[in-house]
Design a protein around this ligand. Structure first.
Ligand SMILES: [Zn+2]
Length: 333
């Protein structure tokens, strides 16, 4: 058993309480490899923003769970080297799908886990979440749960249709499970194709797809039922058109990729939403930068020469999210 506290990590409790009060949100960025992790830490250290490093089940399978855990430990030291004296870094399991997986991560030094029972019948979701919370709280590890279903595909998580969280269920769920934060469904969605073209309207000037707005009325009702309780938004990439364009003009093919407009996320960050998950945008930034090098310098075969620019692009993206969308800069000095 390794405690996250020995690794210099923190759980989400104080961080979320501060964010809800302060009207901003903490970025939760997924990582699968060294360049992504370096970019996340560099952007967070340079902006002094608290940050949640997320590892999905898919990332564990891809990169090896032990290696990822040690990378996160290294990330704390790297942050200090960059001059961030008291880094506030959470190591979080994204979409944990079983009690055993959550337990395993907690024993390996994760400071926060998500148990996603949202596809289960309500009572089973309550029972599973409660079991994970009971174990996690013994080690002061915080637990994120989910109610409602998000559409889209993310690693092993996928659903055809979204079902908004039912505000009438949230008090009962949070009371019975004792979870520390709640992921809700109000129209965000996993992946780079968050909406089908028929769900969107087209901007007559640009011909680009305009997605339907988030269900802020549902969010408001949930906030009323659970005043001050930390709310989480998954699937909150914006799918920047400039990256999609670079990819498509450099041999890629991402027709009609569409995300959540940043002004909607800015509005959400000011509410009880205190954790916003962003994964696809970093994948797009990385892919755009790599494709550009491959087209412009076909003779290049040193991975540092294309992963380096990809890393620089991700730092730019993460800083933009922290400063201009979530407002978490300067909150972990
Ligand atoms: Zn998710």
């Amino acid at each position: 058993m390794v405690s996250y506290k020995e690794l210099g990590l923190v759980n989400t409790r104080a961080m979320f309480a501060k964010a809800v009060k302060g009207g901003y949100a903490i970025p939760a960025f997924n990582f699968n490899n060294m360049e992504q992790l370096q970019a996340i830490i560099k952007a967070s250290a340079e902006t002094k923003s608290p940050v949640i490093l997320q590892i999905s089940k898919g990332a564990r399978n891809y990169a090896n769970q032990t290696l990822l855990r040690y990378m996160a430990e290294g990330a704390v030291q790297y942050a200090k080297e960059l001059g961030w004296r008291r880094p506030q870094i959470v190591l979080h399991l994204d979409h944990g799908d079983s009690y055993e997986l959550c337990k395993n991560c907690i024993q390996m030094g994760f400071s926060s886990v998500m148990i996603d029972g949202s596809s289960l019948p309500y009572d089973e979701n309550v029972a599973l979440t409660k079991k994970v919370v009971r174990y996690a709280h013994r080690y002061d590890v915080t637990v994120e749960a989910e109610l409602g279903v998000l559409a889209g595909v993310e690693d092993e998580v996928s659903a055809e249709e979204s079902h908004y969280t039912k505000p009438e269920e949230v008090i009962d769920f949070v009371t019975k499970t004792g979870c520390d934060s709640l992921a809700i469904s109000i129209g965000t969605s996993h992946g780079a194709y968050k909406f089908k073209p028929e769900q969107c309207t087209r901007d007559p000037k640009t011909g680009k797809l305009v997605p339907p707005p988030l269900a802020f009325d549902v969010l408001k009702q949930i906030e009323k039922k659970l005043p001050g309780f930390p709310i989480v938004l998954h699937g909150s990439s914006s799918v920047p058109q400039e990256y999609v364009d670079i990819i498509n003009t450099h041999g890629g093919k991402l027709p009609d990729a569409v995300g959540i407009p940043e002004e909607q996320l800015r509005k959400a960050a000011k509410s009880a939403v205190c954790k916003i998950n962003i994964d696809s945008d970093s994948r797009l930034a990385m892919t755009a930068a790599v494709r550009k090098v491959f087209v412009e310098k076909p003779g290049e075969f040193d991975p540092r020469k294309y992963l380096g620019p990809a890393r620089d692009e991700m730092v730019k993206l993460y800083k933009h999210k922290i400063i201009n969308v979530l407002g978490s800069d300067g909150k972990a000095k």
